[in-house]
Design a protein around this ligand. Structure first.
Ligand code: G3P
Length: 225
């Protein structure tokens, strides 16, 4: 399962990219708004931090068809290869997804709340569909189940499209999707750090080092005399 950072905080992206097995970064207009900076500068900086080989997802903001296509071209010109344009999974978005596919521009049908909405984005030609797990759960529905249903539909229909599950509140939601074989998830920096963060882990690692130090007087194999 590929793991993306759903964040535009440059320091967090730099840290996670250095230490964690990260496949790229996803953004949306709300995430970019939190930076209070020119989004073009933020996006170029993210590209510079993650390198050309990782993938960046950037959303077209315009609400109309022509505007979506123009936004997609601008995003691709700005960020180069390994860029995916997020397009809201609404009727005008389905039209834009289909047109961009003809141009060879990969898209992600985003803002997905129902399985059949995901089906439409995939059928239109999206390379990814992004269901919003926790937002669905906040509405009183089973977000995990919606993602499973979309995965089942993609498999059954044979679309060349992957799930990019988004909007998580905790590790358990991500774990359930990993166990189901979902291809991609995107999580905030804090959720990712939470995968391997608790007092028991820190305590175990500290104990190993202090036991070794009690035996040898040093804290690494290479410091042995
Ligand atoms: O891009 C979609 C995703 O980032 C939404 O996450 O946490 O705002 O529900 P959230």
């Amino acid at each position: 399962m590929k793991l993306f950072i759903d964040d535009a905080d440059i320091d967090a992206i730099r840290y996670l990219t250095e230490y964690y097995p990260i496949d790229g970064v996803t953004t949306n207009p709300s995430i970019l708004a939190k930076t209070k900076r020119d989004p073009r500068e933020t996006l170029k900086q993210i590209r510079s931090v993650i390198g050309e080989e990782r993938t960046i997802f950037v959303q077209a903001v315009a609400a109309d068809y022509e505007g979506m296509i123009n936004d997609a071209h601008m995003i691709m010109d700005l960020l180069g290869k390994n860029t995916v344009v997020k397009i809201p999974s609404v009727p005008v978005g389905f039209k834009a997804i289909a047109a961009l596919k003809k141009e060879g521009i990969p898209t992600c049908g985003t803002a997905v709340y129902t399985a059949m909405q995901g089906y439409l984005a995939a059928k239109a030609g999206a390379s990814y569909v992004a269901p919003y797990v926790n937002r669905i759960e906040n509405m009183g529905y089973d977000g995990i189940q919606v993602v499973r249903e979309i995965q089942d539909i993609l498999d059954a229909c044979g679309y060349d499209c992957q799930v990019l599950a988004a909007s998580f509140k905790n590790s358990r939601q991500v774990k359930e999707l990993a166990a189901y074989g979902i291809d991609n998830v995107t999580c905030s920096a804090d959720i990712i750090k939470g995968f391997a963060k608790n007092a028991a882990i820190d305590g175990a690692v500290e104990d190993f080092i202090s036991d070794f130090q009690a035996l040898t007087g040093v804290t690494s194999m290479t410091d042995l005399k």
